[in-house]
Structure formats: C-alpha cells, structure tokens
Design a protein around this ligand. Structure first.
Ligand code: ADP
Length: 386
C-alpha cells in the first residue's frame, strides 16, 4: 500500500514515522525539498497543494490521497474523486474543515451547538451596527478560508472597525464569518478517527492551553469534568458521522458557563493530539493512516496516569538546536519531537512529551526540556522549570 500526502509539514513527517513502522510506503507532495516531511520521505514530488500536475502525479503513484494541511484545492480534489481517485477525508467532508462558513451552515442545520454568528459573502452589505447590537461588541470576524493559528481571526470593537475588516476580506474574495465573542472558560479538543465503514474511535478530550490563538500545552489529566469531556466526545462523534470524515478529525470547542459550543474542525492529525504518540496505545498519526487505508483502528486509551505535551517555539535568541538537544535530553523522561525546521522567533519547531505518574511532575519535566530547546515561557502561563 502507498499513501500520498498533500503537503509535507510536520504532520506528514510524523505520519511517515508510523507508516514506516507499519511497512506502508508513502509519497509526499512538498512545496520545497527542505519541508519537514520532504527531508525524511523516500519519495517526494515538488509542487504546490493546488498544482494540478503535482497532485495528479501523486494520485497516479498512490492508493489513497490524504493531507497534511487544509489549504488544498477542493475543486481539483473533487474532480479527481469523480475520476476514481480515493481522497480521505473525502471532499464532501473536507469542505467543512476548509471553509468555516460552510461548517457553520451545515452543523447549525443539524442543531449542533455553536456561537451566534452571521455569514457575509463578498458583495453582501450588512447593517453592522445592528449586527453588533444583536451579537454584542466586540465582534470576532474570521476569514472563512485560509486562516490558521489565529491568523485570519480579528476582534473588532465598533462598526467602523468591523466594516474595514470585512471590506478587506471581501476585496480578497473571502467570505466573512462574524461571531459573538464567546466568554471562554476552557478551549477543548475532541479527537476521533473514523473509517469509511463508520467505525469511530475517540481519544480522551483535552484542554488546549492557548496563548494568542496558538496551543502551547496539553496536560492529562486536565481540569475538565467527566461530564463535560463526555459531552465533547459525543459532539465529536456526531460531527464525524454527520460529515462523513475518513481519517482523524479534531473538533475544537469552547467550554462556557452555558455549556459547549463548536469552534472549528480539523480533518487531519491535530496539535492537541501529539501527546498520543507517547501517551496512548495508538497515536493519532497511526490511526489516521489506518483509517484512510481501511485497516482496523487501534485502541485510544491513555497508557499512564499523566501526560504532558509542550510545544517548542523559536525564541528571540538564536539557538543551535543540535546543541540545545544535549540540554533537553538531560531530562531523561523527555520524548523530543523536532520537525526539521530552522529556528525563527515564534516559529513552532516541535514538541516535547513526558509520560509519568503525576501531572505536575510531567508538566515540569516537559517544560524544562522545551525551554532547553529555546522555547520562551509565555508571560500568561505559570510554569515550573527544574
Ligand atoms: P484558526 O483557524 O486560525 O485556528 P480559530 O477559529 O481557531 O482560528 O480561532 C483562533 C482563536 O481565537 C481561538 O483559539 C480562540 O482563542 C479565539 N476565538 C475564535 N473564535 C472566537 C469567538 N467566537 N469568541 C472568542 N474567542 C474566539
């Protein structure tokens, strides 16, 4: 079996590790030869995710196409599907991860819980003062397509700022999703894997500690009540069934004092699930491959009492990662996962996971290794370094 991955970032790179273990061959479609997964894959096609010739070459070599990111050309993938190419997740599902407005419409029609919102297509005018009064100021305005890590999310305080932001999006031909600013108690991620025949497995729901729209850490056990976690998992299972995803899907949710609302969907392995590599019976990367290839899905239980996974970011000071690795691995329990990227301030370079008996201990150990790799500790977080 050969799997073709559109995009060659860190998610593809980590899928390749599990593909190797299972004896599955892989080809990646990479923007550049130094992309994370292009560095480690034996078969690389250079081309953009929307480059028809590149995607067709990938399809011709592989049994199934899957993806590393959602900045793909849906129309192209849909044409390939009609020609018999297997794309997992199928474009009928993928469109709800690619386009937040489509996702809000579809999940809203099914009665799933979501923030109050309005969808403004390019060319569509709206009374923003009235909309602001209805949803409450400030408003959260999002690019329906193309955003990631909080890029494409804007908080606006008044009708003038809202109009300027929406105009910018509309001029670029992008639909604006206008949402109420949710009073968030916790941001959660519910991770599932689904096969084409409908089998679904779910990992434990986690809280994602976010700073500036970027996940910084996941710690198990977290502070979520079993009831909230169970509800989040049930929502994720319902969404997976409703959209017909094949592969791994993360449902990002906000927990508020009124209950859960869905923020967005990711149809690929997700940053909130990197802990599964070292802390679960089956990693999200392995189950993604199993799901897209129609293999039986693996068990998703946590294998220890506590797991902490901390993202590694570039800081302002230049760090030699080879040298920093010596310091990070002085923490003997640290599982270091680096993505093959050159450090730059704010760039996500990898993650460190520690598994053990005690939440506070594994968190401190993982942070110690992440800081040794140059990760700045955000002012918003309290962190114990050994
Ligand atoms: P991206 O697709 O770039 O990850 P998200 O839609 O996940 O963007 O939004 C990024 C972050 O912005 C979220 O993690 C959350 O902290 C905040 N956010 C998004 N939507 C809302 C909202 N309606 N109310 C309050 N905060 C929000």
């Amino acid at each position: 079996m050969r799997v073709g991955i559109i995009g060659a970032g860190q998610l593809a790179r980590m899928m390749l590790e599990d593909a190797s273990a299972l004896g599955i061959a892989a080809t990646v479609l990479a923007d550049a030869p130094d992309d994370g997964a292009a560095q480690t894959c034996a078969d690389v096609i250079i081309g953009a995710a929307a480059d028809e010739a590149g995607v067709r070459m990938l399809a011709s070599r592989c049994d199934v196409l899957t993806l590393d990111h959602e900045l793909v050309d849906l129309a192209l993938l849909s044409r390939l599907e009609s020609e018999g190419v297997v794309v997992h997740p199928p474009t009928e599902a993928l469109r709800f991860a690619v386009d937040k407005a489509e996702m809000r419409r579809h999940l809203g029609a099914a009665g799933l819980p979501m923030p109050n919102h309005a969808i403004l297509e390019p060319g569509e005018a709206s009374d923003l003062a009235a909309l602001g009064t209805q949803l409450g100021w400030p408003l959260v305005i999002k690019a329906a397509r193309g955003g990631y890590d909080g890029k494409g999310v804007f908080v606006v305080e008044d009708p003038e700022a809202a109009a300027a932001t929406i105009d910018d999006l509309h001029r670029a031909g992008i639909t604006a999703l206008v949402e109420e600013a949710v009073a968030i108690d916790h941001e959660l991620a519910a991770l599932v894997a689904r096969r084409a025949d409908g089998q679904i497995v779910a990992w434990p729901v986690v809280e994602t500690a976010q700073v500036g729209g970027v996940c910084r850490e996941v710690v198990i056990p977290g502070v979520l009540s079993p009831e909230v976690a169970a509800h989040a998992e049930q929502i994720a299972r319902e969404v997976a069934e409703l959209v017909g995803v094949v592969g791994v899907m993360a449902v990002e949710l906000f927990a508020t004092h009124d209950g859960l609302v869905i923020n967005e969907l990711a149809m690929r392995p997700h940053n909130s699930g990197h802990w599964t590599q070292d802390g679960s019976v089956t990693s999200q990367f392995e189950n993604h491959l199993r799901a897209v290839l129609g293999l039986p899905l693996g068990a998703t239980e946590v294998t220890a009492a506590a797991v902490a996974s901390i993202n590694v970011f570039g800081g302002d000071d230049a760090v030699d990662l080879d040298e920093a690795l010596h310091r990070a691995l002085a923490e003997p329990r640290a599982h270091v996962h680096l993505y093959g990227k050159t450090p730059r301030p704010g760039r996500k370079l990898g993650h460190v996971t520690v598994v053990g008996d005690n939440g506070a201990e594994v968190r401190a150990a993982a942070w110690t290794a992440a800081v040794a790799l140059g990760t700045p500790v955000p002012a918003e977080m309290e962190v114990e370094i050994r």
